[in-house]
Every structure is written in C-alpha cells, then in structure tokens.
Design a protein around this ligand. Structure first.
Ligand code: C2E
Ligand code: MG
Ligand code: MG
Length: 399
C-alpha cells in the first residue's frame, strides 16, 4: 500500500519504543509522522488539526491518561480515522479494548502485542481503507431509496462473488460461499453491510436471494464442466422466509438450472427478532426436506443461538469469525470454539470456521477438529470464473 499521502501518529510514553516504531513507519513510506508521549499531548495535537488524522498507533498502558480513556476521547470528536493498538497487556484486555473502540465507531486496524514486528505492523496497516472511498459510498447510500435498489436489481447490478471453503484435513476445495457485491455504475463496488439492511426494510431480500441462487447455479454448472464438483452456500435472512411458498419456488429454481438442492447450503442469519416464527420454521423444515443443506451462520453471536439450534434442522454450524480471530492468543475464544465444535459433533453437524486469516489460526482450528476453513488465509471472495484457477494455485499449509 502507498502511505505517502497519509499522516500517522505514535502515542507511546516509552522513548526507545516510540523511536523504534517511528523508524519502522518511516521505512513503510509514510508522508507525515507525528509523535506524542502521552494522551494529553496527543489530544492537543489532534485538536489543532483541520481534519482527522489518518492512522494513530497507541499504547494502552500510559501514565496520566490511560489508553482506554484516551480512545474514548478520540471517538467523541472524530479526531482520527483509524486506530492501531500496540500494547504489552494481556490479549483478553486488548480484545476488550478493540471491541470497545469499534463500538465507538473507530476503524480498528488491529491490536499488536509487544514486541512489535515489522511484519505484524505492515499487515495491520494494510487493512487501512482511506475514508474518502467509504464516504462516497455513504452519501450515495443515504439516497439509496427502495426505487434505486429495485432499479439495481432490474439492471442486474448485484453480483455473486465466491469464497473457497476447504477441508482442514486434506486442503481440498470442497465448496464456496456466495457473497453479494453491488456493482453500482459511478460509485463502484458496494459491500453487503451497506445495503442489506435497506433491502430488508424495502422487502427486497427475496428477489436478491433469487438472483444469487440463480448465479450460483450457473457457476456450479460451469465449474462442473471443468471437472470441479462443489457445493455452494447462499446467505438467506429469516425475514424472507415467512412466505410458505418459498421452499417450492427455490426447489424449482435450482432444478430448472440443472442443479440439485443437495448442492446448495442455505446459510441462515437472523437479523431481528423473528415475528412469524411458525412460518419460518415451516419453510426451513420444508427446504431441508427438499434436500437443501441448512447452516447456522455466525454461530454464537446476535440471534444465532442455542435456541435456533434446537428448533431448526441444521446440517452445518459456522463458527463466527469474531471467535476465530486471534483464537491462538485468546484462551476464551479457544474455549468457545471447543464447545461449539463439541456441540456440533453431538448434533451431527458439519463444522466450518469462518475468517481464518493466519497460519496460527489454521493450525489451532485444525487441531481442535474443525472440518472446513474459510477466510483470507486461503482466499478472499472472487468472481466465479477465477475459482478453477485459484484451485490450481492453492497449496494447503504443510502438516
Ligand atoms: P457472512 O455470511 O458471515 O460472510 C462472511 C463475511 O466475512 C464476508 O463479508 C466475507 O467476505 C468476510 N470474510 C471472509 N473471510 C474473512 C477473513 O478472513 N477476514 C475477514 N475480516 N473477513 C472475512 P461480506 O461479503 O462483506 O458479507 C458480510 C455479510 O453480509 C455476510 O456475512 C452475510 O451475512 C451478508 N451477506 C452477504 N451476501 C449476502 C446475500 O446474498 N444475501 C444476504 N441476505 N446476506 C448476505
Ligand atoms: Mg454466510
Ligand atoms: Mg459469518
């Protein structure tokens, strides 16, 4: 990434450590570097600026004003765009701080335990997304009326990207998850978090899911012509499952496209309290009877609960990425993963770990007996035609 246009500040009371970080940042090509030895000094430098700072690196354990208080001041006034926490404190505290900073609306690039390495530093900094691009998307979305969403659907602007799911045991590519992207002319590629809620409000998730199912079937056929037999997951939110005719409709749609429902896994996410529980359970049971797989997505977060697990005939459990992230360093995450895997085994569910980003996470999840991995460590979501080439290139880690 080119950082020459970005300004970065290091807040660290320890002179030697601050200088070391400054040197590393200089080496990474930052245009402008600022430093402060404590929270007060940093805040006055930041308040004097005309615009928010791009990236701030801070220590948590500082005299006078500790890092937690400092971060809450940052968020109040939108003084920085992105934050990177570097600290010698215990991982579970770092994690709580990261969660808190995100809840304050800060872009958190990561938390790094001391001593910091150049490799870790540059991996975190690479996550930085200049806010300009985001705000362009935001101002567009503020105007994204149901009419514009409908128009986008009619003009086939919602396209499926696919992310590989591989076997931990053999490294083999087993399937993909379809993830929608909105290719909006004049705006660019818009991610689902920016438009799915609006689509739900406008009652447009059902035609969106139809479009994704249809594209997914087309690719399943294309891949199978190239000798790749895969399964594919499609996300469905429960608010589009209260129409009891949907099981028949999706069954017909898939069969018309020369695919079989057994090749498709529906990843169910519940975005708000289900109002029509009976109907949703009816639809899920019938989808299962037609042969669709059912996966409980983001297990352990939000409404993805034990209650759902007991009521719905799921076939797969997806461990949420928030638990996978940093699991090698977070004993609590590891325990939650172990319990989820045990639960899945007893309920006879396939297990998938989502958001595997590092070799250490891969090694741990594999050792714990998780069956499938999905995440940036293997591949980011990509256009469907790239899947066969990716498979040729992919080399699972040794051991
Ligand atoms: P999800 O179903 O839990 O999908 C996983 C999300 O995590 C995807 O984000 C994926 O790009 C991202 N991801 C995968 N591996 C990694 C990793 O290693 N690190 C990190 N940081 N992220 C990773 P995406 O594509 O932005 O989708 C976000 C959510 O939007 C999805 O979460 C799903 O709930 C929803 N969504 C996506 N496509 C559709 C759709 O067609 N219909 C509906 N109803 N919801 C969708
Ligand atoms: Mg999903
Ligand atoms: Mg998920």
């Amino acid at each position: 990434m080119d950082f020459s246009e970005q300004t970065v500040m290091v807040v660290e009371d320890h002179d030697f450590q601050r200088r070391t970080v400054m040197r590393l940042l200089q080496g990474l090509g930052f245009g402008d570097l600022l430093e402060a030895t404590n929270g007060h000094q940093a805040l006055s430098l930041l308040r004097a600026r005309a615009e928010p700072l791009d990236i701030l690196l801070c220590d948590l354990d500082m005299p006078e004003m500790d890092g937690v208080e400092f971060i809450s001041h940052l968020a109040e006034k939108e003084l920085v765009k992105a934050l990177l926490v570097v600290s010698g404190l215990e991982p579970s505290i770092l994690h709580t701080v990261e969660t808190m900073a995100k809840a304050y609306g800060l872009q958190v690039l990561g938390t790094i335990s001391k001593p910091l390495t150049l490799q870790e530093l540059s991996a975190c900094l690479d996550r930085y997304q200049p806010k300009e691009e985001e705000s362009k998307v935001h101002s567009f979305l503020e105007e994204a009326s149901p009419e514009i969403l409908r128009q986008g659907l009619a003009q086939k602007e919602f396209l499926a990207f696919f992310q590989p799911k591989v076997s931990f045991a053999t490294g083999e590519l087993l399937g993909v998850e379809a993830l929608v992207r909105w290719f909006r002319p004049g705006i660019g590629v818009v991610l689902p978090k920016h438009f799915i809620p609006a689509m739900e409000l406008a009652g447009l998730v059902e035609p969106l899911t139809d479009a994704l199912l249809w594209q997914t079937c087309a690719y399943l056929r294309a891949w199978s012509e190239r000798g790749l037999t895969l399964s594919a997951s499609v996300n469905v939110s429960t608010n589009c499952l209260s129409d009891v005719r949907i099981a028949d409709r999706w069954n017909d749609l898939v069969r018309r496209e020369d695919c079989d429902p057994s090749q498709i896994v529906l990843e169910v996410t519940e975005t708000e309290v289900m109002s029509e529980v009976a109907k949703v359970l009816n639809v899920l049971a019938r989808l299962r009877l037609k042969g669709f797989g059912l996966s409980i997505d983001d297990f352990g977060t939000g409404y993805s609960s034990l209650q759902q697990l007991s009521n719905v005939p799921f076939t797969e459990l997806k461990i949420d990425q928030s638990f996978v992230k940093d699991s090698p360093k977070q004993p609590r995450h590891r325990t939650i993963i172990e319990m989820s895997l045990e639960l899945a085994r007893k309920l006879n569910l396939k297990t998938v770990a989502e958001g595997v980003e590092t070799q250490a996470e891969w090694d741990l999840l594999k050792a714990l007996g998780c069956e499938q991995a999905q995440g940036y460590f293997m591949a980011k979501p990509m256009p469907g035609h790239q899947i066969p080439d990716w498979r040729q290139m992919w080399q699972p880690p040794e051991g």
